[in-house]
Design a protein around this ligand. Sequence first.
Ligand SMILES: Nc1ncnc2c1ncn2[C@@H]1O[C@H](COP(=O)(O)OP(=O)(O)OP(=O)(O)O)[C@@H](O)[C@H]1O
Ligand SMILES: [Mg+2]
Length: 672
Amino acid sequence: MRRHLDRLLGSRLQTTLVILFSLITLVTVGATALVTSKLIGDYLSDAQDRRVSRDMQLAEAFYEIKLDKIRTTARRLASSEPVVDALPLAADGDAEAMGTLQESVENEIRSQSLVASHFIVLMDAKGESILGRTSHVPGDAAPVQEGNWYRVQEGNWYSLPIVAAALGAGDEFAATEVIPRELLDLLGLAEQAHLTVLETPKAAPEPFDPREGTAGLTLTAVAPVLSDEGDVVGAVMVGHLLNNDFTLVDRIKEVAGVDTVTIFFGDLRVSTNVLDLGGRRAVGTRLSQEVRDVVLVEGVVFTGPAYVVKENFITRYEPLRDHRGDIVGILYVGARQAAFQSLVNEFDTRILVIALGSILVAVIIAIPISRSITRPVETLAQATEKVAQGDRTVTVPVEGTGELTILARSFNSMVETLRTTEQQLIQSEKLASVGQLAAGVAHGINNPLGTILLFSDIMRKELPSDDPRRDDVTMIIDEATRCKTIVSDLLNFARQNEVLAQTTDVNALLSETIEEITVQPVFDQVEIVTRLDPSLPEIQADPAQLREVFVNLMTNAAEAMEGGGSLTITTASAEDEMIKIVFQDTGCGIPEQNLSKIFTPFFTTKAIGKGTGLGLAIVYGIIKMHRGQIYVESEVGVGSTFTITLPVRLPILPAEAGESAATDQTSQAQPK
Ligand SMILES: Nc1ncnc2c1ncn2[C@@H]1O[C@H](COP(=O)(O)OP(=O)(O)OP(=O)(O)O)[C@@H](O)[C@H]1O
Ligand SMILES: [Mg+2]
């Protein structure tokens, strides 16, 4: 695996690129993931808040509906004709009237199907009970059973503020009311209302209402019974005890789909479907002080996450008020946070998976991409190494148009330039050292030759004209003269001769030379074409030496075109105050392997005795002495082109006049 990866991430550059790619992805994907997660979290938490608000609205609606039902029952009974008529009589002990009231109450109970924890009390104008019924009452305190309901004990209800208010004002009231133990006793509901207040962590040290545990929280409605004259003759009280009765909270939970609903009396849970650790309804436990202070003390709605009994909920607590507007309890709804949390977690997990997947994909994509970047770089690096080791034949593939392609192309041309420059340098060095040798030999031979010529000439003069030895001496003189020419040629090549520079019209010099030379038989079949630039500037040069250059080049061309051909001679101005003279023939051409040798002294392809091989060596020497350059291009069977460039002004410095080719390392002979 590691080896595989090493190979994949072969170069350090590639590893760096892959790491960079991955880092960029990591940062962007990571940031995106965080933002997305935050957004989703916020959205879900918003959704949670909306959910509990909705839950609370539903719960309130159900609570209100329940209270309304109780209010309607009270109102209907209080305003029903039999009750209005019978109540004052029954108060005075009229048995028939009592029977009428009883029938009315029982009808109401039946038609409203009032079930557990309800009570109905009919009372006179002073709050003294006339008739009362309570639904199912558990325990020993059960009063006498009347049908399915139980009879309420006699007593005075004026002490209950809502009763006093209704009797006093002749108005109907319906609210969440606290009924103290004594009155619950009358109803036979004291035991049901009783709750053992449990030690609850985080709850306030003291209960909000000292009656918590004994008094009952009820939905109570009191409607006055008015005589035809409009006097208050009594009242009908209908109520529903919430303590330990779970019908309302369960109905809200089931019908409205609310997770948990609780009704608090003060800070005590009296009715709830929140379960404690033992799986029982968590009645008897108390609210945390934090929430109590907000809802009960400040009278403000509390929303937020809260730990309820054993689980985290998103909660909402709203105060419940009695008919006077005093806070007596709390209605609570809670949505399980676990459901939301698992949704959040699920989203987070998905985001994480997507993020990791993206990073993995980025790495997988980064490997081939970085490979495509590093491959050409690697190839270049390897090629550079080869060049450093001396290989001048290296080329790198050039594909496409990008910067790397430009680099590859530059590299190839750099190697090409390096190769030709190197070859030129070698060639120049070779010619320079040959020149040194030639110069040495020439100098050494020149003087003895002079002596030989001098004395042989004297000898010939001294010999009588019929002396048979005279021919021999003449032979000595001829051969010595030939040697002298060769030595002079060698010195030309070695640039040991002086340049007698004068203003020279190259065009005129060329024309003269052509005229003179073409009389020779070798030019018989050669057509000479001249393209001389009439505006060619005159240059500083040694005309005798230039003539020798022209003669040599033209002779070579003619000799290369034995079967006939054409020699085109062109002159033109060139850049940097130079002129250019081109000799283009249609001769046999020069084979590739000879191109580097033709300027070497004594290199010839001609038969022995035909050529000395000094022609081009002299040309080279003369051009160098004139600070010019000579190039050759040739193709076998097509022809050769010799191009000379010469400066218009010859910069001869005194020190340079005697300089030798041997020491000129910058010679620019350009045999192709
Ligand atoms: N124009 C040309 N076409 C074909 N080959 C040429 C041409 N010029 C020179 N050469 C080749 O270069 C060789 C060297 O030329 P160079 O002038 O130095 O000597 P040469 O002509 O052989 O003898 P020399 O000039 O001394 O009589 C020639 O032998 C010939 O092979
Ligand atoms: Mg020649």
